[in-house]
Design a protein around this ligand. Structure first.
Ligand code: ADP
Length: 486
């Protein structure tokens, strides 16, 4: 599965998803708890209170009934007052019940109870008034008793019904509370399971999506270590590893290029060392065999051939040694203020026999007031020698070579340029020529040399804090310029 999103985004969004699941379950639990609370409050403050009040009313009613009976039996005013107090207390409890009643049925029952009690009180008042004014006939008293007992019986029945309804409501709410707590526990359990499953699934997915490209990268690294470059790695996501793979591919390309260069270079270098060695061997065996004993001219030619071959070998080996020292950073610089002119002149003199042979005109253009330069003169001589030897090598007969220097006062620099009228370098090769082992082929035959001369030049100039660059026009000539702090 390839999502083109970064590892950071993947991790953050996965954990956010898990947090959302946990949060939702938390919110659901909080909502359930508030419902739970509401029900408990209803049970505690309404239903239980209703049951309690209904039971108290029943008891109060029986007390009122007892006081009323005692009054008619004893005719004592105390019982009358007692009845009145109980009646008032009963009315108080009924009005409290009325505020708690919340169903039609409860309200209807209460209304019936209230009406019965009003009738009960009125009958009692009427009968009590007659007690004062004389004897009450026995049949009326019996009728009164029957009616009052009926009222007390009905009211008691209604109060019990009211208590039963409240008790049912309380039972109902308790069942709801139980169901709610079960639902709550289920929700917490389910969300926990979902969060754990999600976490495991997301972790596996994330780890896989990172692990798979990394193991491909690891396999590829092992293959490259074995020297097997193969096809470039194609990793689409995550972006971090895609970039790593792209950098890895670039590194492989470069390594492949270097590998090829190494192979080419070894064969070139063997050729470079072998050519003078073969010439030396051939010339020395001719001398050994006594050929040309009668021709001193020819013998001298052979000796020159041997000397030149040796010099070429020494030059190649010295370059290799110099370059490896520079690469390892163990090239000590002995910096002193010195004039440029003498060292350039020495070089021109050294190369003048070759220049004469090729009829190349070598000129010097250095102003007499050129300031002294802080440099390691020996190393700068190597630089000039390399540039001059290249110029001579790549300039055909009858050409021109100029070594010019100028002082850039503003920048406190001295610029030295070696120009020739040689074959030139293509635009694409201008930077590459300073790379180690680089030899630019002009397609007109094998290029001689170790490919290290300009790399050595660059090392030395950089060590002096200067800069070196090349300008060239194909077929017309090249100019190699370096600048040094004056
Ligand atoms: P080498 O030590 O083998 O001469 P260099 O590093 O000095 O190697 O030069 C590298 C390459 O740069 C040469 O092979 C040649 O192609 C190119 N080059 C250097 N100097 C010149 C020049 N003056 N004219 C044309 N090509 C040059």
């Amino acid at each position: 599965m390839a999502f083109n999103v970064s590892i950071l985004f993947r991790l953050i969004s996965s954990y956010l998803l898990i947090i959302v699941v946990v949060l939702l379950s938390g919110l659901y639990t909080i909502w359930n708890l508030s419902e739970f609370n509401r029900l408990i409050r209803a049970v505690a403050s309404y239903d239980t209170r209703m049951i309690q009040l209904a039971e108290e009313c029943q008891e109060t009613l029986y007390n009122a009934n007892a006081a009323e009976r005692k009054f008619f039996v004893a005719g004592d005013e105390t019982y009358l007052r007692q009845f009145k107090d109980i009646e008032a207390a009963l009315a108080g409890k009924l009005s409290e019940l009325a505020t708690l009643a919340d169903t039609e049925k409860e309200r209807a029952l209460l209304e019936a109870i209230r009406a019965s009690l009003v009738r009960y009180g009125a009958l009692f008042d009427e009968m009590a008034a007659r007690v004062g004014s004389g004897r009450i006939p026995a049949d009326e008293a019996a009728l009164y008793r029957i009616e009052q007992d009926l009222i007390v019986g009905d009211t008691g029945q209604n109060l019990r019904e009211l208590a039963r309804i409240s008790s049912d409501a309380r039972e109902e709410k308790l069942r709801e509370i139980e169901a709610l707590s079960v639902r709550n526990a289920d929700a917490i359990l389910i969300s926990l399971v979902v969060a754990v499953v999600l976490m495991i699934a997301i972790s596996i997915l994330n780890t896989q999506s990172i692990n798979v490209p990394i193991s491909r990268l690891r396999e590829k690294t092992k293959a490259v270590a074995r020297g097997d470059f193969g096809d470039p790695l194609d990793i689409g996501s995550p972006p971090e590893i895609r970039e790593l793979a792209a950098a890895f591919n670039t590194m492989c390309d470069r390594l492949r290029e270097l590998d090829q260069m190494k192979i080419d270079y070894i064969s070139h270098l063997s050729h470079e060392l072998r050519t003078p060695l073969t010439a030396i061997r051939e010339a020395s065996s001719m001398l050994e065999e006594g050929l040309f004993t009668q021709m001193p001219e020819k013998q001298r030619e052979l000796q020159t051939l041997i000397r030149e071959g040796c010099e070429r070998l020494i030059r190649s080996v010295t370059r290799l040694l110099d370059f490896s020292m520079m690469e390892s950073g163990i090239m000590p610089l002995v910096v002193q203020e010195a004039p440029l002119r003498p060292l350039v002149e020495r070089n021109l003199q050294r190369f003048s026999p070759v220049a004469q042979r090729k009829r190349i005109d070598m000129r010097l253009d250095i102003p007499s007031d050129l300031p002294l330069i802080r440099m390691d003169a020996e190393k700068i001589e190597v630089v000039v020698e390399n540039l001059l030897s290249n110029a001579l090598k790549f300039t055909p007969d009858d050409g021109h070579i100029t070594v010019a220097a100028r002082h850039l006062g503003d920048e406190k620099l001295v610029e030295v340029a070696v120009s020739d009228t040689g074959r030139g370098i293509p635009e694409s090769g201008l930077k590459e020529v300073f790379e180690k082992f680089k030899r630019v082929d002009d397609g007109k035959g094998a290029v001689r040399g170790t490919g290290l001369g300009l790399a050595i030049v660059k090392h030395i100039i950089k060590a002096h804090g200067g800069r070196v660059w090349a300008q060239s026009e194909l077929g017309k000539g090249s100019t190699f310029t370096f600048s040094l702090p004056a």
